[in-house]
Ligand binder design. Sequence first.
Ligand SMILES: Cc1ncc(COP(=O)(O)O)c(C=O)c1O
Length: 373
Amino acid sequence: MTGFSRRVEQVSISGIREVFEAAGEDAINLGLGQPDFPTPEHAREGAIEAVRAGEADGYTSNKGTESLREAIAGRYAADAGFDVDPAHVIATAGGSEALHIALEAHVDPGEEVVFPDPGFVSYEALTHIAGGEPKPVPLRDDLTMDPATVEDAITDETAVFVVNSPANPTGAVQSPADMREFARIADEHDVLCLSDEVYEHIVFEGEHRSPMAFAETDNVAVVGACSKTYSMTGWRLGWVTASNRRIERMLRVHQYGQACATAAAQHAAEAALRGPQDAVDEMVAAFETRRDVLLDGLADIGLSCPTPKGAFYAMPEVPEGFVDEVIDRGVVVVPGDAFGEHGAGHARISYAVTVETLKEALELMDEAYQAVR
Ligand SMILES: Cc1ncc(COP(=O)(O)O)c(C=O)c1O
């Protein structure tokens, strides 16, 4: 008899897509999870040159080219202050594949995966796909994840807990003290801390530190990507770094599922990582300006919103019916419960749009608020 696996039947297509479909074609889209900037020219050139030279036609090593992995390690040494062995990096098809292979390699059927709620939609879906049990945990009032909540949620069945900072959908940035605690919890409970750091460079306030910098065991794996930092979501290039034994297990999944990341994208990523970083600084400055415009606008409307310190999302508390009224007026925002039960009563607003567009959207949000209050 043909049928479908229980694992896949537990997963549905993201609620975010449904929102896009509900909005008209010329809606203002504040639902997108990608920067609205071009990929830096030198990154594009890196791929173009490789394609022209015939260097992007064949498979690369399963882990990715040595020089890309060296470039990734180089950025950690320069920006994060810890050493990564290029042999302990797998280049993946975006951060998404990195999360997938990490969970496949570490979670047995029935084992638990603890993650933030509201949190990025992949954590729950990929846990199901790995046969695991999702254990979403609520956040603090400022939308950061309390290490104590994570520690309380850990049982003998827990295989992994996910940390995501700066975070989607909240824009929250965990403090270095929290990150130190996450590392301690991973060490003491012998559980893997999967640290999703794809927004690591988009920080306006506070400081991004990886739990990797504090861990005393090899119980931290870090996921990174070019997607958000260099506005390269379409290139599909991310990575995971961890100890040798963990990389070796994740490589088994990657080798059979993917073989290697796309060669042309690897060349673009290497050029982005090795080249000038000004485009990143400019993008972060633009996001900060937009964040301030959005926060002021939300406050004027009367919506309360913890100040997002990174990424390009804000998550205000909204009254019942607000999201539908906003969408009816042609502005796409995502209902908070698309990111977990505790996201209910909130909306995720992506500010990867121009200040003019944001101002236009804020006027319509004000009208929507007046309609439901
Ligand atoms: C928190 C988080 N992790 C990972 C990803 C996946 O990114 P990528 O496009 O590199 O697969 C996203 C994308 O939205 C994200 O928001």
